[in-house]
Design a protein around this ligand. Sequence first.
Ligand SMILES: Cc1cc2nc3c(=O)[nH]c(=O)nc-3n(C[C@H](O)[C@H](O)[C@H](O)COP(=O)(O)OP(=O)(O)OC[C@H]3O[C@@H](n4cnc5c(N)ncnc54)[C@H](O)[C@@H]3O)c2cc1C
Length: 420
Amino acid sequence: MAMAKTRGILVVGGGISGITTAVEAAEVGYEATLIEKNPYLGGRVTQLNKYFPKLCPPNCGLEINFRRIKSNPRVKFYTLAEVEKISGTEGDYDVTIKLAPRFVNERCTACNACVEVCPVERPNEFNFGMDKTKAIYLPHDFAFPLRYVIDEKYCKKKECNKCVEACTYNAIDLNMKTQSLSLKVGSVVWATGWNPYDATKIDNLGFGKYQNVITNMMMERLASPNGPTKGKILRPSDGKEVSKVAFVQCAGSRDENHLPYCSYVCCLASIKQASYIREQYPDAKVIIFYIDIRTPGRYEKVYLNAQKDEKITFIKGKAAKMEEDPGTKDLTVVAEDALTLKKIREKVDMVVLAAGMVPTILESKIPSNIGYDENKFILSDSGVGGMYGIGCAKKPLDVYSSVQDATAAALRAIQSLVRR
Ligand SMILES: Cc1cc2nc3c(=O)[nH]c(=O)nc-3n(C[C@H](O)[C@H](O)[C@H](O)COP(=O)(O)OP(=O)(O)OC[C@H]3O[C@@H](n4cnc5c(N)ncnc54)[C@H](O)[C@@H]3O)c2cc1C
């Protein structure tokens, strides 16, 4: 069992929020340990094609932070890592971290020889199952660390051994086991982020039933140069180019049957994604069905600009039903225009559901008696000394606000170390 003795800050979750707290605290001079359950850092931002307000690719923001991590010996990070146990009080926590085996060591040069010989495929969760990877894979082109990983559920291990034989760097070790790491820390920052709401739960909108109904996060992957279609927006059923796409806002959000809250970013995300379509297909039409458009603060400008585009139509009306033509797989969105009170039937090639954000804690509870609100977001006052929730673990937020929140949390976490 590896032992590391520090009395610094533990940050759980290596998305933009967690990374920010870790590097900000480290740059002030405090030890920060960042743990992430995925095999790479960056969280959901890595899955975006571009992100507002600047509409740059995720790497432009993440790269700088990865460099800050690499150049600062006070930040240690572990991927495939989760908290197993935690005990103690503010200023003096004992934590046990479980490190799942990667089966690929630091000698990996990402040469891809292993992937070429691997005979097994698995659904690519990074692209929401829209393509496959081999059982040994690089999570995505810009993964940090840039190192392959083996999916234990699919790998045939020694029975196959082809990747081990193909690797000239001796980087694959199929004997790797789960490890445990003990840490002493003074404060714990929960930056566990969000998951997309499971759109199959919204029966009337056809996700999971009709192939051309996708979610907003699937749209990010379709538009990404490192996505399943190499950045070309093509509809899933037949790979056809699109000429008319509908966005359905509040797919789950602001609905007592699903998520009673507003997910904050979905209106902006759909307007952003409408621009992806309009850039690729200058003649394509976009219809956005909404209850209310919410583009807070300076983001209002983004909405006003989209309204100037004559090919983008905003319809105030909640989509009630989705129908599919079984032959062409085209879809008809049925809604009522709330302003004219007329029933609308819009035939489109593809529908994007603006699915909301739910805290990851819903799926994997964190081992702490920290306080949550009724939707399982961590409370601002966590109720436990020296423990802080930040970013989308606390509420749905954009990157800018997550980073602000994470920077403030670095200060609070430092106070927990020096308060005694
Ligand atoms: C469709 C869509 C488009 C968006 N586009 C934009 C945009 O253009 N601009 C913008 O500003 N915002 C955008 N957002 C919002 C943006 O994704 C969030 O602001 C951002 O992801 C918040 O970062 P985070 O670090 O708080 O959470 P996350 O990105 O979710 O990161 C959390 C990390 O914690 C890890 N984790 C979770 N649980 C554990 C655990 N128990 N142990 C260890 N690790 C754990 C996760 O694997 C993940 O890596 C968009 C959101 C959606 C839905």
